[in-house]
Write a protein that binds this ligand. Structure first.
Ligand code: ATP
Length: 335
């Protein structure tokens, strides 16, 4: 029998972060007990506002190496210091693909029922390269787009479509105005698309895409886009299917990957024990998929689906009155 022990770094962070992380870790541990040959060794790393208040730094220098050396990392949420934690981690580890699956789940109010989209966002350049300047009454942020990064993200999107049996990739751009940068991005997408004749390729201007996401999201399958457009569209898409409590995400590079719920630290409900842990649990499921543990990933997703379908054990954000611990226990029972 194959024995695989994965070294997982966990970064619980601030606010509801530690509450939802505890839930995901117990789900993974329970899965390991159920599945022969699968085990996890968790290493908890402190980072975020709490650490900064105590020590003056939001992330210790050795954290990057710890994350690099782990097989995968699960991240919950950090507050004000996100710029000092998750952004440098994404950049230093070259986590170039940000994935945001967007699905309409049973029993969760969604604007449209028939949504199953993956947004693939370029994660390393564009307007978030943070190159710019500010003077008296003016400011500049440079939008940097390269052929290399564009080809890499386009290829990732097509490979993902192929792996998951998805039929269409839509490249989202603003080439009618930002022709210099979006031109480079689209040229790369067109070139990559030629290697995937079985997958339909289309292009759409970002504002049209934003509207169609609301009016006819069922027409989309995989969206691939540059950093800031991806940032905005993926939050729009999360809203489309019932909000932040359910939305998982992944930051993926060639060697490393960090999985995290889309939501932040939710200070308004932190410490109350009512945070919805499902976004983090589904992030853990994405992590297993990336590690090649397809069966484990599916088992978790199926358990979550059952709980949503039953609709009996839901946290207040989904209209229920269950606590974080009660939802976690319901997932454990399904497993
Ligand atoms: P941050 O500054 O860390 O981004 P925020 O409050 O601005 O925090 P989120 O943490 O994403 O942003 O929260 C936005 C809203 O969604 C809040 O009202 C919060 O309570 C709610 N929310 C976010 N995540 C969850 C969750 N897991 N369960 C329940 N409610 C959530």
């Amino acid at each position: 029998m194959k024995m695989t022990k994965y070294r997982i770094a966990t970064i619980p962070g601030d606010g509801i972060g530690p509450e939802v992380m505890a839930s995901a870790v117990s789900v993974l541990s329970a899965l390991a007990e159920k599945m022969d040959g699968l085990s996890f060794e968790f290493t908890e790393i402190r980072a975020g506002d709490g650490l900064k208040a105590e020590t003056g730094v939001a992330m210790r220098p050795e954290t990057v190496d710890k994350v690099r050396e782990s097989d995968a990392t699960l991240f919950a949420a950090v507050g004000e210091t996100a710029k000092e934690v998750i952004l440098p981690l994404r950049q230093k580890l070259e986590l170039y693909a940000n994935l945001r699956p967007t699905k309409a789940y049973p029993n969760v109010p969604a604007l449209k029922e028939d949504v199953d989209i993956v947004i693939v966002r370029e994660n390393t350049e564009g307007l978030y390269k943070m190159v710019g300047d500010r003077g008296d009454g003016w400011g500049v942020n440079l939008r940097i787009i390269t052929k290399g990064a564009s080809e890499r993200i386009a290829r990732y999107a097509f490979e993902l479509a192929k792996k998951d049996g998805r039929n269409k990739v839509t490249a989202v751009h603003k080439n009618n105005v930002l022709d210099k940068t979006c031109g480079v991005f689209l040229d790369a997408c067109r070139e990559v698309a030629k290697s995937y004749p079985d997958i339909e390729y289309e292009e759409m201007i970002v504002d049209a895409c934003a509207m169609k996401l609301i009016l006819a999201p069922e027409q989309f399958d995989v969206l691939v886009t540059t950093n800031m457009f991806g940032d905005i569209l993926s939050d729009e898409a999360a809203g489309l299917v019932g909000g932040l409590g359910l939305a998982p995400s992944a930051n993926i590079g060639d060697e490393n990957a960090i999985f995290e719920p889309v939501h932040g630290t939710a200070p308004d409900i932190a410490g109350k024990g009512i945070a919805n842990p499902i976004a983090t649990i589904l992030s853990a499921s994405m992590m297993l998929d990336w590690l090649g543990e397809r069966d484990g990933a599916e088992a978790i997703e199926k358990a979550v689906m059952t709980i949503l379908k039953e609709g009996k054990t839901l946290t207040p954000d989904l209209g229920g009155s269950a606590t974080t611990v009660e939802v976690t226990e319901a997932v454990l029972k399904q497993l």
